[in-house]
Design a protein around this ligand. Sequence first.
Ligand code: NAG
Ligand code: NAG
Ligand code: NAG
Length: 143
Amino acid sequence: MSAQIWIVFLLTLGCTGLCQLPLPVNLNISSHNLVHLLTWDPPSGDPAGLQYRVQVYSLSDGTCMPLPRCERVVTPLLCNLTEALSNLQESYFLYVWAFMGNQSSKPAITEEFIPMDHSYLDPLCIRVRLWGGGALRGSQPTL
Ligand SMILES: *[C@@H]1O[C@H](CO)[C@@H](O)[C@H](O)[C@H]1NC(C)=O
Ligand SMILES: *[C@@H]1O[C@H](CO)[C@@H](O)[C@H](O)[C@H]1NC(C)=O
Ligand SMILES: *[C@@H]1O[C@H](CO)[C@@H](O)[C@H](O)[C@H]1NC(C)=O
């Protein structure tokens, strides 16, 4: 199933609250040497008192996991994903909800993020990456 179909499917599942608040915007994962930081901006209008919750969806597991350290983000609007995105070849999507009391927004969702492909690596890390990629490819089952 394509990623787009999954996203639509998850959007309908992901909204458990009342879905009244506006979505957070400008989601951005910056990734340097496999340290991944997710940032975002408040929705326009910026209603005071908003908090944010982040969850990570793993495509191959089909699971959406809360990030314990990013359950009630107030300021700065940042979630450190480094430990959560531990599988370098996995496709991850990050979900960010704005909430206030018992009201919630729909989730804003990042583009697909694959740590190995999307992390900016310094030259030493690139050597490790190339070596690791070859070894991993060799170990995959042939069809
Ligand atoms: C994402 O964040 C990085 C680092 O802060 C910045 O350099 C980049 O321009 C941002 N990208 C977008 C699309 O906002
Ligand atoms: C993010 O987490 C990683 C690993 O725990 C740590 O090395 C890094 O300094 C953290 N970065 C920020 C900005 O919190
Ligand atoms: C949401 O909270 C408000 C007050 O905090 C309460 O009056 C209202 O009934 C709650 N709504 C739901 C659907 O729980």
